[in-house]
Design a protein around this ligand. Structure first.
Ligand code: CA
Length: 617
């Protein structure tokens, strides 16, 4: 362990060595990328008034761009595919001001970096809110100048969770059977008000020191990889934090939308306008250019320098840290042409990578517009391999919470929603979930009903796509006092702090129900990740009848039958409707309870308000 730490420490060079007060981003780059182009943003006093020369052996200076603010320069460079790694010096000269120079570093890529395989439907993703997961290093809890401070008694303050806390619990995550982690943003988010969630980024190239350093993030990805766990980075291209370092010295007035206005217009949040044939240009602008909230300035990705900056920043993190995927926040809010260029350039660099976008719409006609391969009638084409499946999340929760209707089944809405999969080019690559960091926890959504909770989980693991589980769901974590409070739905993981009496990681102090939930999730994880039928197998479902919904996953080796029974009493299920899929198989075993089921009598007795996941033999 110590040896690795030393290697990693050597790996991180002193970024500001020989910088002459210049901030250069990206701070280094790699030889042999698919695109030889690189655009540097250089920030320094009056640097825009300097002449530039670059040592030509490795880097070719193609163009120098000056912008409204004289404190910036943008340099277009070409990196020859056979360029040596190492330093090239950039010289900045001025008639009256002192000369400056910067030694720019080109690195060697990791072997097979471009071929890395992104998260996919062989994975189950564990979603972590890093400030609330585990405090592995109390020494970074209070850092001067960083806001808000750490106070675990306040839901809106920092709680001290960090990268070390995640590294310490990778074995737990692996034992539980998760094969990927999506961690909410860990980049610097230094804002007084309610910024522990990480979505108000104040430095796109720096891990927040409350979590650790860049090298710690690199180390986390490395450790996870050793354990077979993929890491998905959460990125935000739509907005920055108000305290971003460039906020008081913007490269140009159009860097932020509405930077000239005292009162910033807030977005209308109407995600449909991008597809609406009857909308107007001003309505579209109100959606795309409005600020998300007053403390998060809206980035103008139509500014080509900012667009390049954000795209290169994403590629930099992939290449630097070794991650296997990106989750892009608020997918539809940035300029759509930019978002497509972003996804296109990343997928060109890493053809087997995966990107999942958050388009929080429960209408699959809207979410499906964003998946790669969809030929929308208005010509809009995205390059995101995956999007979040909000429509089926909502539809299934509604089905569970709905009383039995006078006519039909409470499952009908969910059953019909899933039929909309014909809208997606690749429904098997959607990320599926029952809750996330922005909605009440699943146990609260289902009002603490254990039978419904089990149904939600069995559904999630039966459904096509890539299941994602929010941290703490495995122990029924909930906040019934106020389920919609954002601090509440991101409460601390029990055991992540020394003062906790319960410990999810060790099992100490957990109730019988919590242990039951933990066993359920662990069983489903291991079964799903070892059963190709649940990953790539065909999906079949039958029209719900008598408050019972039946789904199948099937490949040439395995048939899995999941049955959801909402009746409050044990119920008989006639199997004759399902012979088309079951064939002549005679028995099955419930993978959750390990109980055998006999198919020869043509009917099953289903336990009351329960879900089964039967492997049919
Ligand atoms: Ca800490």
């Amino acid at each position: 362990m110590r040896f690795i730490t030393i290697i990693l420490a050597l790996f991180s060079i002193n970024l500001w060595a020989g910088s002459d007060g210049l901030r250069v981003e990206p701070q280094y780059w790699w030889v042999g990328m698919q695109s030889p182009k690189l655009q540097l943003m250089i920030h320094g006093d009056n640097i825009g008034q300097y002449q530039v020369k670059v040592e030509q052996s490795k880097l070719e200076l193609v163009a120098v761009h000056r912008v409204d603010n004289p404190n910036y320069l943008f340099l277009d460079l070409l990196i020859k595919p056979d360029a040596d790694t190492g330093e090239s010096t950039m010289y900045f000269s001025h008639d009256t001001l002192p000369d400056k120079h910067y030694r720019y570093h080109l690195r060697k890529r990791q072997p097979d970096s471009a071929k890395r395989v992104g998260f996919n439907n062989s994975d189950v993703i564990y979603l972590i809110t890093p400030d609330r997961f585990a405090n592995g290093d109390a020494s970074n809890d209070h850092i001067e100048g960083m806001h808000p401070d750490t106070d675990i008694t306040e839901l809106g303050m920092r709680h001290g969770g960090d990268i070390q806390g995640i590294i310490d619990n990778l074995d737990y995550i692996k034992k539980m059977g998760f094969s990927a982690i999506w961690i909410c943003p860990m980049l610097e988010s230094n804002q007084v008000n309610y910024s522990y969630h990480g979505y108000a980024i104040t430095d796109y190239y720096k891990i927040d020191p409350r979590y650790g350093h860049n090298r710690d993030y690199h180390s986390l990805v490395w450790h996870a990889k050793q354990k077979g766990i993929k890491v998905i980075m959460d990125q935000v291209a739509n907005h920055a934090g108000k305290n971003h370092w460039w906020s008081n010295d913007l490269p140009s007035p159009d860097w932020y939308h509405h930077s000239d206005k005292a009162n910033k217009p807030i977005t209308n949040h109407k995600r449909t306008v991008l597809a609406d044939p009857y909308t107007t240009a001003s309505e579209k602008r109100a959606f795309s250019d409005g600020w998300f909230v007053e403390r998060m300035p809206d980035l103008n990705q139509q500014n080509p320098f900012l667009a390049n900056y954000l795209i290169q920043n994403s590629i930099w993190w992939i290449e630097y840290s070794g991650i296997q995927g990106i989750r892009q926040d608020t997918l539809s809010y940035p300029d759509p042409k930019f978002m497509n260029e972003w996804s296109k350039r990343i997928m060109a660099e890493y053809p087997n990578f995966n990107l999942v976008g958050e388009e929080w719409s429960v209408n699959p006609a809207i979410t499906s517009r964003w998946q790669r391969g969809k030929h929308n009638l208005d010509g809009f084409e995205s390059h995101f391999p995956s999007v979040m499946d909000f429509p089926n999340q909502q539809a299934f929760i509604e089905a569970l919470n709905k009383p039995k209707p006078a006519w039909g089944s409470s499952f009908d809405g969910s059953y019909e929603m899933l039929a909309n999969d014909f809208l997606y080019p690749d429904p098997f690559n959607l990320v599926t979930f029952m809750d996330n960091h922005d909605m009440p926890r699943i146990y609260d959504q289902l009002k603490g009903d254990d039978g419904l909770f089990k149904m939600a989980m069995v559904y999630l693991y039966t459904l096509r796509g890539i299941p994602q589980v929010y941290y703490g769901t495995e122990i029924n974590l909930a906040y019934p006092e106020n389920p919609h409070d954002h601090g509440g739905l991101r409460i601390d993981m029990p055991g992540g702090w020394p003062e906790h009496k319960q410990n999810a990681f060790t099992g100490e102090g957990l109730t019988a129900k919590q242990n039951q939930a933990k066993t359920l999730i662990k069983t489903l994880n291991h079964y799903r990740t070892s059963t190709p039928a649940l990953q790539n197998g065909k999906l079949y479902h039958f029209a719900p009848q008598n408050e019972i919904y039946v789904m199948f996953r099937q490949d040439q080796h395995t048939t899995v039958m999941s049955i959801f029974n909402k009746n409050e009493q044990a119920t008989e299920l006639d199997l004759s409707r399902f012979y088309e899929i079951i064939g002549d198989k005679q028995s099955a075993i419930d993978i959750i309870s390990a109980k055998p089921f006999d198919f020869t009598k043509g009917k099953l007795t289903l336990p009351a308000k329960d879900a089964l996941m039967l492997e049919i033999n």
